[in-house]
Design a protein around this ligand. Sequence first.
Ligand code: 3PG
Ligand code: MG
Length: 399
Amino acid sequence: MNIRTLDDLLAEEVKGRRVLVRADLNVPLDKQTGQITDDGRIRAVLPTLGALVQAGAKVVVCSHLGRPKGSPDPAFSLRPVAGRLGELLGAPVHFAEDTVGDSARSTVAGLADGQVALLENLRFNPGETSKDEAQRGAFADQLAALADAYVDDAFGAVHRRHTSVYDVPARLPHVAGRLVLREVEVLGTLTGEPDRPYVVVLGGSKVSDKLAVIEALLPKVDRLLVGGGMCFTFLRAQGYEVGSSLLEEEMVETCRSLLERADGKIMLPVDVVAADAFAPDAPHDTVRADGIPSKRVGLDIGPETVAGFAAALRGARTIFWNGPMGVFEMAAFAHGTRGVAEAIANADAFTVVGGGDSAAAVRALGLDEQAFSHISTGGGASLEYLEGKTLPGIAALEN
Ligand code: 3PG
Ligand code: MG
């Protein structure tokens, strides 16, 4: 990989220079209070920001948050993130009310050496996600005009061909930040020659989202454990009734063919927790995977499945996990995710947690983050990396 790094940039003089850092500060917010519920992505970018502050750069941070539709929407403002970032950095973060307008220009102009500004949500501008090259180009020019150099530390967004990750680096001296480098190094181990047995655990709601990665991983892994909402389409493909559990009918054939080609590598649940409704207090029981009552909905993998998965994980030397095993946000249906997470944490293996949801699950369940070798900040990005796809944000740094 032919990419210049933050250390290369620091080796040049950055004191007094304006450095634009694309971060992925797309953190979950509480719908009622607007409070940040998991600041993992903010903490993940601190090493890069800290190094630039230390070196006396004028640091201009930009990010998206959520999916606003190309115009300002207070529900997706980055303002609360500026506050939290300032607390974590131990110095106030200047917040610009817009991304490339008057407020952004004057905020950046007012920065002293070693100070940090955060621009308002990139996606408040239609140019950020536009498919139109000219529109993206015009927005890229405006962003690039705010800085003298560009650092990409937004690993969670490198799979997007968006202006701030793809077009801006073409206009400024550009390097990869510490987080992007670490992510690429870790995921590179998985696509290279991982220590065996190599076991992958996949969950989450949709098979269709994971199909490409399953195809790419099957030849490489020794075991593929499938839980979460997506397991029901596989169970259906085995001929089982799944009641009112999540089911992607149009994926059943695909799952059947995957099972045929998998040579027994795919492990499916043997029992599931089936409930009367999708609700935290719904009556529920553990049932056999081939005996889900027709009116019930599977919301977690069962204890026997957890034990089987844990046994497979115990002997692994490399583990990648993406996607919760059940509706872990509801205590009654969090046992599967917790059990699998604990088995991964306890394995004597190189362990990588990929994905916003699984990373959030680790923290929400109060598990020790240090017990995992690496917790990726990228959901879609880590999956596309493992699929072997070219990631626009990485390709842009290579040029
Ligand atoms: C994510 O949360 O997956 C990243 O921040 C990318 O966000 P997006 O899926 O809205 O592009
Ligand atoms: Mg996403």
